[in-house]
Write a protein that binds this ligand. Structure first.
Ligand SMILES: Nc1ncnc2c1ncn2[C@@H]1O[C@H](COP(=O)(O)OP(=O)(O)OP(=O)(O)O)[C@@H](O)[C@H]1O
Ligand SMILES: [Mg+2]
Length: 328
């Protein structure tokens, strides 16, 4: 590999805060089975369902180096496979009188591989995140890679213009089928070559575990946050939002400032309003915005005011009384 190729290659290891509950285990297990059987896997689901995190985790388990590509509307196939580059200088001499001399020279054109070619050549794992953001024409090059395991290169240096794909090459795709802005419909032929694993939001246990792992809060506080977010999501007004990202935001901010998860804590209430504001907009009743009101009700249910703290009252013989008294 040359230096430029090395710069684009990742070595992924299992992240210490990656949560593996039975739910996650089930998905990664089957994805690994499919990939080891030679099939590309496609994680498809709404925002925040863990597609990218899962793709990275599965790729780390495969133990090969990783090439990461993010789908982009501007991509042409050369952005994936590479193209001719070289030094080109244009010199214009104009003597202002009657002639213009235009001199153009092109020096040492050379082919430079792009990331997909590098992955195919060395047998790396390709993660093509949000691949439906690229135009189908740009992605066409994947058809023969995935089926015939041949990469067609518009380049004479390889004789016949084909590169045999390395046997260890594998591919993981992600996309969000609910996104309508900036995505393209994918050609059936490409979808037909991959196994699509549909993802929804993580189960309750996983959301609590992720919130805990990413914030450091205890289980009870993480659970209360997840309860709020899941109940709010269940109102079903905003494209399956809020997502696990809202849980992580709330958890991290509470933990960072040493706060509490409580409906009567003004700082926590304000934080919830800020984090979930965007998702409140569509909660209306007879034209009236009801989002924040609903949110307050949900908070009261999920993290009600704690019972007042209790104090152990010392008895006359100096031992702690078994009877506890409420602090006034
Ligand atoms: N198993 C997990 N363990 C720890 N964190 C996770 C796990 N799954 C998801 N996350 C975290 O949840 C958040 C959302 O996950 P991710 O970015 O993978 O979602 P996505 O489906 O790719 O969303 P988008 O469509 O918006 O790109 C991230 O902060 C990610 O780190
Ligand atoms: Mg993603």
């Amino acid at each position: 590999m040359n230096q430029a190729e090395e710069l684009t290659v990742l070595t992924l290891e299992k992240k210490p805060d990656f949560v593996e509950t039975p739910y996650i285990h089930g998905i990664t297990g089957k994805a690994l089975d499919y990939i080891r059987a030679g099939y590309p896997v496609h994680f498809s689901g709404p925002a925040g369902t863990g597609k990218t995190a899962l793709a990275m985790h599965v790729a780390a388990q495969l133990g090969r180096q990783v090439i990461l590509i993010h789908g982009d509307d501007e991509f042409g196939s050369s952005d994936l496979i590479g193209g001719q580059t070289g030094y080109r200088s244009t010199k214009v001499i104009d003597n202002y009188i009657h002639s213009v001399l235009k001199q153009e020279e092109s020096v040492s054109k050379q082919w430079v591989d792009n990331r997909l070619t590098t992955a195919c050549k060395y047998g790396f794992t390709l993660i093509y995140d949000e691949f439906t953001r690229s135009r189908p024409e740009a992605n066409n090059v994947l058809l023969s890679i995935l089926e015939e395991r041949l990469l067609e290169l518009p380049d004479v240096r390889l004789g016949d213009g084909y590169l045999q794909v390395h046997p260890e090459f594998s591919a993981i795709f992600t996309s969000n089928p609910e996104e309508y802005a900036g995505v393209h419909k994918t050609q059936d032929a490409l979808m037909d070559r991959m196994i699509t694993v549909k993802l929804g939001h993580h189960d309750f246990e996983t959301e609590v575990a992720i919130t805990q792992a990413k914030s450091g809060l205890d289980w009870k506080q993480a659970k209360a946050i997840v309860d709020i977010v899941r109940e709010f999501r269940a109102l079903g007004v905003n494209n399956a939002r809020p997502t696990i990202r809202a849980c992580i935001m709330l958890g991290r901010i509470v933990a960072g400032r040493g706060g509490v998860v409580s409906a009567i804590d003004p700082a926590f209430r304000e934080l919830c309003h800020d984090v979930l504001n965007a998702d409140c907009v569509k909660v209306t009743h007879e034209g009236q915005a009801l989002g924040l009101e609903r949110l307050d009700e949900i908070m009261m249910r999920c993290c009600p005011p704690q019972s007042p703290p209790v104090r152990v009252v010392a008895t006359t013989d100096g031992t702690a009384s078994p009877a506890l008294q409420r602090v006034k």
